[in-house]
Every structure is written in structure tokens, then in C-alpha cells.
Design a protein around this ligand. Structure first.
Ligand code: UD1
Ligand code: CA
Length: 456
């Protein structure tokens, strides 16, 4: 059967008090609307269509990589009107349509599939995903008749005293028979307290035509919508816990999951241990047996097996097996650190390749360089990659020993098996097997302290 999904994401999100469209606010590192899209992508949908309006260009740009189609709702006249704007998308289609909102990111693949199966098996024309909540404030209420069948949905603002006491709420997520839905959309009116075309009114319209309406209730956590920054933080906390638990179930130790921030798309292999204060973002992959001591930020990086990291920032880079990073290292995008290497305290690596077994233990800057294996950088080495106009490249062979406080002025090549004397400023190529010294010769002025009368 043909199955498609429509995501409503045209609203303003006034209560967020933001310049950013609401659905682009991130939860665990990913835009809310992309959470919904990615979940639906794993549910065998033939097509996904996003209704956009407020900040349409921005929302389109942020979702572009997902390969979906769009409907435009120029004026936000309500959720029912949003559906009318998707008519072109739905035209001539047969099958079922599921509807979601871009501001409820916690919906899961299992629940979407459950909704669809329930809808199909019960031969309903419309099925509502509902939840029982303690505090139903703000939500539409599910009104059932004496036989406990769904009669209609009434918005909070339109509820009678009695309806307000109903604890079963509308999640804003549904499954419809496409034909029944389009045929009845035109009957919606905006004769209600908000002057909007409510999608929820379709239920009553279908019911009055004798259609079978289903309702399936799920964990209220899953359908939580975000209307404010406080709700954003609550949803973030719920998802953060869920992500951490998933990793723990896969064999990762997380010492304090309330203070560990792992993005939704991060992959971590077993026996890795994560201390508090780590922020792991984007498409990062952390392989087996790594030790993440406190307070690092790792984004879009690959960390191979048995790597130790502490108090460092690693962005869009690759760290080889058994390597140690930090404390206080900064590895910037497009860097590749080899196996058994060391990037120690106050070391910054920018867009550089570092070979296996190379040690850069302290207070060093390496930019735009290709460094071989088995090298040793003394404390305070600087690769001088910028001449004020352009960035230049440094190439260092294997087993080079760079003395403390050396400057390597790029473009430059240091061949394999070389020594650079401490304190040298190197501006010319150093051939293999050489020691390069480039500093003033030492001169001792005997008796100088006495002569100056400075002896204490
Ligand atoms: C809606 C439901 C309510 C349900 C609640 C669940 C209606 C009338 N009410 O109320 O029963 O309990 O969701 O969270 O449907 N949107 C558009 N275009 C519009 C208006 C809204 O695209 O013209 C989008 C918004 O961007 C948002 C979603 O639809 O993603 C829901 O809109 P919102 O205004 O938040 O509806 P609620 O008042 O929360
Ligand atoms: Ca809402």
C-alpha cells in the first residue's frame, strides 16, 4: 500500500521568542524537524512532504539533505489549512497518509509503525495517536461517546467545563485514508475561538459521515511537543537519557549520564568509558575501549580503538588507535592523527596529518603540516604556517626530532632522520641525516655581574 507522511512545520513558534523558526531548534544536536524526518525515513514511507511557511527558506535549507518534498503555506491559518496547502502533493494518490508535527521530535519508529498497523488492521478511515496525561493544559481533548468510541477532538480553548476534565489528549499525529481526507478538507470552517482551520475537526466530519475512527494511546513522553524553551530543555533531557541508556545497553560505561551529552547520531562501541562533562556531537564514531576523561568536546570525528582523551576539543578529525589526546589539546578540522601517537597539553593541531608514534607532548602549534611517523616535538614548537598573506605547507619526514622552542617557517621541508636544535628558527630545507642549528652562538661575558655591581 502507498504510504506517505506529512509534517506540519509552517508555524511561527512565537513562544520560543527566537529569530530561528521553531522546528530548527536543536534537541541533542539535531533540528527538531530533522528528528521527525529521520524517524519517518526509517518507516518505509513512499514519500515525505514538509509543509513550510514561516522561515520557509531556512527550513528548506536545513532539511535539504533529507531528500523530501515541500508544500508551502503562505499564511498560517491553522493545522487544517496546512493540510489544504498540501493538496497538490496528495492529489491522485491512493493509500494512507500519516501526519506529524515538526515540533514533537521524540516520536519513535516503533510508534509510527504501530499507528499504521492499527489503522490498517482496524480498517479505520482516520486514526489518532493519543496519550493520557496528568496535565492536559493546551492540548486538544479526545471526546468519546457512551460506547467509548471517538466522537471528536475539542481544542483546549473551545472546551466546555466538562471537556476540560478529559485527560486523553490529541498528540497532533494521525493516520488517514488519503481520499477520505482530501474529500472532506473543504468542509473545515474557522468558526472557533482561534479563528483557525483546525485539522482536528476532520475527525468529527468523518465520524458524522459514518466513517470508523480509531485511537491508539502511547507513552505521553513520546508525543511531547515543544512550544517554549523550557519544553525544549525538558525534551532534550528525556532524549539525552534515552540516548545514554541505548549506549549503556550496548556495553558503554557512562559514569554520570545526567552530565554527558551525546548527539543522536553518535556511534560508540563497547568498553568505552565516558566521564562526566563530555559533549559528543554530530556523526562522531568512537570505537572500542576508549577512555574519555572529563570535559571534552568531540564533533564529527572518528576515534579509533583504545584512545584516551581528556579535557580537549576535537573537530572533524580522525584519531588513530591507542593515541592519547590532552589534557587541553585542540585538534581542528581535517586533521588526521596516527596510531600510538600523543597530542599533549596545550597543543593545537590545524588541518594536519600526524604519523604513527609521533609525540607532540606540550605547548606546540602545528598547522597545515604533514608529519611522518616516530617524530618527537619538543615543548613549545611552532609551525609558522602563515606569512601574513597565505597559509603555507610544512612537510616533515619520519623520525625527526624537533628541539624545544623551534620555529619551522613554512613552506618548508624537514626530511626523515633529522634533528632540529632547540631554539632554532628554520627557514630552509633540512636534508636527511642532518642536524639543523639556527640560532646565535652563545657568548659568556666573564665577571659581568660583579662589574655591574649586581651581585646579591
Ligand atoms: C495541535 C492540535 C491539538 C494537539 C496539539 C498537540 C490542532 C487544531 N490542534 O495544537 O489538538 O493537542 O497540536 O501538540 O491541530 N502549523 C502549521 N500551519 C499552521 C498552524 C500550525 O504548519 O497554520 C504547524 C506548526 O508549525 C506545528 C504544528 O502545526 O508544528 C502544530 O501547531 P500548533 O499551533 O503548535 O498546534 P497546537 O495549538 O499545539
Ligand atoms: Ca504545538
Amino acid at each position: 500500500m502507498y504510504k506517505c507522511a506529512l509534517i506540519l512545520a509552517a508555524g511561527k513558534g512565537k513562544r520560543m521568542k527566537s529569530r530561528l523558526p521553531k522546528v530548527l531548534h536543536k534537541v541533542c544536536g539535531k533540528e527538531m524537524v530533522n528528528h521527525v524526518i529521520d524517524t519517518l525515513k526509517s518507516c518505509d514511507m513512499n514519500e515525505i512532504n514538509l509543509v513550510i511557511g514561516n522561515g520557509a527558506e531556512e527550513v528548506k535549507k536545513a532539511t535539504e539533505s533529507r531528500n523530501i518534498s515541500y508544500s508551502i503555506q503562505k499564511e498560517q491559518l491553522g493545522t487544517g489549512h496546512a493540510l489544504m496547502c498540501a493538496k497538490q502533493f496528495l492529489q491522485d494518490k491512493n493509500g494512507l497518509i500519516t501526519v506529524f508535527t515538526g515540533d514533537a521530535p521524540l516520536i519513535t519508529e516503533e510508534t509510527v509503525k504501530k499507528l499504521i498497523n492499527f489503522h490498517i488492521n482496524g480498517q479505520y478511515k482516520a486514526t489518532i495517536l493519543t496519550a493520557i496525561v496528568k496535565d492536559a493544559t493546551g492540548y486538544g481533548r479526545i471526546i468519546r461517546d457512551k460506547l467509548s468510541e471517538v466522537e471528536k477532538i475539542v481544542e483546549h480553548k473551545d472546551c466546555t467545563e466538562e471537556e476540560l476534565t478529559v485527560k486523553e489528549i490529541n498528540s497532533g499525529m494521525y493516520c488517514f485514508d488519503i481520499k477520505e481526507l482530501i474529500d472532506n478538507l473543504d468542509e473545515l470552517s474557522n468558526n472557533n475561538s482561534q479563528g483557525e482551520y483546525y485539522l482536528t475537526d476532520v475527525i468529527e466530519i468523518l465520524k458524522n459521515k459514518g466513517c470508523k475512527i480509531g485511537a491508539i494511546d502511547v507513552d505521553s513522553n513520546e508525543i511531547r511537543g515543544v512550544n517554549s524553551r523550557i519544553q525544549l530543555a525538558e525534551v532534550e533531557e528525556t532524549l539525552r537519557q534515552k540516548i545514554s541508556k541505548k549506549h549503556m545497553n550496548n556495553g558503554v560505561t557512562i559514569i554520570d549520564f545526567k552530565n554527558t551529552y551525546i548527539g543522536i547520531d553518535v556511534k560508540i562501541e563497547r568498553d568505552t568509558i565516558i566521564y562526566p562533562g563530555n559533549v559528543i556531537e554530530g556523526k562522531t564514531i568512537i570505537k572500542e575501549g576508549c577512555m574519555l576523561y572529563p570535559n571534552s568536546r568531540i564533533k564529527d570525528s572518528i576515534i579509533e580503538n583504545n584512545v584516551t582523551i581528556q579535557n580537549s576539543v576535537i573537530l572533524e578529525s580522525h584519531i588513530g588507535n591507542n593515541t592519547t589526546v590532552g589534557p587541553f589539546a585542540y585538534i581542528r578540522p581535517q586533521s588526521e592523527i596516527g596510531n600510538d601517537a600523543r597530542v599533549g597539553d596545550f597543543v593545537e593541531i590545524k588541518k594536519s596529518k600526524i604519523g604513527n608514534n609521533t609525540k607532540i607532548s606540550h605547548l606546540t602549534y602545528i598547522g597545515d603540516a604533514e608529519v611522518g611517523s616516530g617524530c618527537n616535538f619538543g615543548c613549545g614548537t611552532v609551525v609558522v604556517n602563515y606569512d601574513g598573506k597565505s597559509k603555507n605547507k610544512t612537510i616533515i619526514g619520519d623520525n625527526a626530532f624537533i628541539g624545544c622552542n623551534a620555529n619551522l617557517v613554512a613552506p618548508i621541508e624537514i626530511e626523515s632522520n633529522t634533528y632540529i636544535a632547540a631554539g632554532s628558527t628554520i627557514t630552509k630545507k633540512v636534508p636527511s641525516g642532518a642536524l639543523a642549528v639556527s640560532r646565535a652562538k652563545q657568548m659568556n661575558k666573564e665577571g659581568w655581574v660583579d662589574r655591574k655591581g649586581l651581585k646579591k
